[in-house]
Design a binder for this molecule. Structure first.
Ligand code: GAP
Length: 453
């Protein structure tokens, strides 16, 4: 069967990710660990750029948000109070024929008869809840008292530390606590590359407020989060806001939006923005017996704050960036013949490498040493890459394929051999337009920093 253009595109993206060192399957040499991924040298830079920019706009550029970094291993009482031990599950069905374990919504129903999507078998178990949390044992004893969980979301440690952070930060409502970190879910069917993983990272903000502010802040955060995606180069027409209907929303939420993205495998959730009322803090207050109330100096009232939560996935954002950036166009090779060029059109702010520096020829020492001097000159400002091997066109192409927005070439004019006026100038090439301009070396940091920050 012919693959759809979207499926072919996804295959090319996955293959590029491996070939160029963005994302590898975890434990690949042992056959792979399902639902787990390792980020290579370029992937880790891209991921860091996403997280750093999120932290910059959500924490550093605001007076009303502080950060925290909580433990991954979580006390079972925390997750009992939050409802995860009891209710964080997917209904699951086993196929007795091929032994596949399926999410109930993946079972095919034909003329009222349930069928396994894997083997077509009809001998299926009834749906049973399957808890998605990873349970582990702490300490030497192996009994009930030693159970701990790998956190299924970063949010709970924020709620549990609410009182401490309120006291040390001396913030007044409304204010938020932000966290970026790993979360773990034993997904029944990890799929679509990194989209549904068992180990992933979240970027979560719990924004505490007065009850009467909740609905307005839900709108506010939805808009802020859409701006974030646009500012990292995700096109607005690929983003969609879904209002989660009453029947799909958590019972305690008064309003939830899903921010969705058009991936090659379909429209899928990137982030949830939820007004969770006072549910989480009230649950922890009840279960711990410790007051999590806020005292309002002005009204002299004591109450449990409400919360609006924008919760985004790092890995899904990285995947959306790669999928959106992947493109193919035509460019001339060294002999002027047109060939297909693969380009990752990352926003310069997100690109793993910001600028590549090339000496025109590798066997001309003055060109090489000048290029290396420029690398050292730019390094304090950005991630730079030096490349001297192969024809210059090939070197450009290698950088286009990993999304490097700028290329600097050191040639004989830089050395002042052709025209003294051009001494200490270089060509600066822009990835998307492939246009080149001649700029003085001393101006490079200013020009580049203004285009990448
Ligand atoms: N604290 C709320 C919460 O965790 P969620 O909708 O379950 O809400 C938030 O998760 C975000 O975390 C999702 O929008 C998604 O970006 C990311 N996420 C959730 N499960 C994931 C998985 N299995 N793989 C990758 N990312 C995931």
């Amino acid at each position: 069967m012919n693959k759809s253009p979207d499926a072919q595109r996804m295959e090319k993206i996955v293959s590029l990710c491996k070939r160029r060192g963005f994302i590898f399957q975890s434990s690949e040499i042992y056959g792979g660990l399902s639902g787990c991924w390792d980020y290579g040298p370029l992937g880790v830079e891209l991921k860091r750029n996403v997280k750093n920019y999120w932290w910059r706009v959500m924490v550093h550029e605001r007076d009303d948000v502080v950060g925290m970094d909580g433990a991954i291993l979580t006390h079972p009482e925390v997750l009992k109070a939050s409802g995860h031990v009891e209710g964080f599950s997917d209904p699951m069905v086993d196929c007795r024929t091929c032994k596949a374990r399926l999410r109930a919504d993946q079972v095919i129903e034909k003329k009222g008869i349930r069928q396994c999507p894997n083997c077509g078998g009809r001998d299926l178990t009834e749906a049973r809840p399957f808890n998605l949390m990873f349970q582990t044992q702490m300490g030497a004893a192996a009994d009930e008292s030693s159970i701990a969980y790998l956190r299924p979301e970063t949010a709970q440690s924020i709620f549990v530390q609410f009182k401490n952070i309120l006291e040390v930060s001396r913030k007044k409502l409304p204010f938020g606590i932000a966290q970026i970190g790993k979360a773990f879910r034993n997904e029944i069917n990890p799929r679509n590359f990194t989209f549904r993983s068992r180990e992933f990272e979240q970027m979560e903000l719990e924004y505490f407020c007065r009850p009467e502010e909740g609905m307005e802040l839900l709108e506010y955060w939805k808009e802020e989060r859409l701006k974030f995606y646009e500012n990292i180069g995700i096109s607005r027409d690929r983003l969609h806001v879904k209002t989660v209907p009453d029947e799909e929303r958590a019972f305690y939420s008064k309003g939830t939006y899903d921010i969705e993205y058009d991936f090659p495998f379909g429209r899928q959730e990137l982030e949830g923005v939820a007004y969770r009322t006072d549910y989480d803090l009230s649950q922890h207050q009840k279960a711990s017996g410790k007051s999590l109330e806020y005292f309002d100096e002005e009204t002299k009232q004591r109450f449990v704050p409400h919360v609006v939560e924008p919760s985004a996935g790092v890995d899904r954002t990285v995947l959306a960036l790669i999928c959106g950036a992947y493109s193919e166009d035509e460019a001339p090779d060294e002999k002027g013949k047109m060939e297909t060029r693969i380009v990752l059109r990352f926003h310069p702010r997100m690109a793993p490498i910001k600028c590549a520096v090339f000496p025109l020829l590798k066997n001309k020492e003055p060109l090489v040493s000048k290029a290396q001097e420029i690398v050292n000159f730019l390094r304090p400002h950005m991630n730079v890459f030096y490349d001297e091997s192969g024809a210059i066109g090939r070197r450009y192409r290698r950088q286009d394929e990993i999304g490097t927005p700028f290329g600097v070439t050191v040639d004989f004019e830089t050395l002042g051999e052709k025209d003294a006026a051009l001494r200490d100038t270089v060509t600066l090439r822009e990835r998307d337009s492939m246009k080149q301009e001649r700029v003085p070396v001393k101006d490079l940091p200013g020009i580049l920093v203004s285009r990448i920050s």
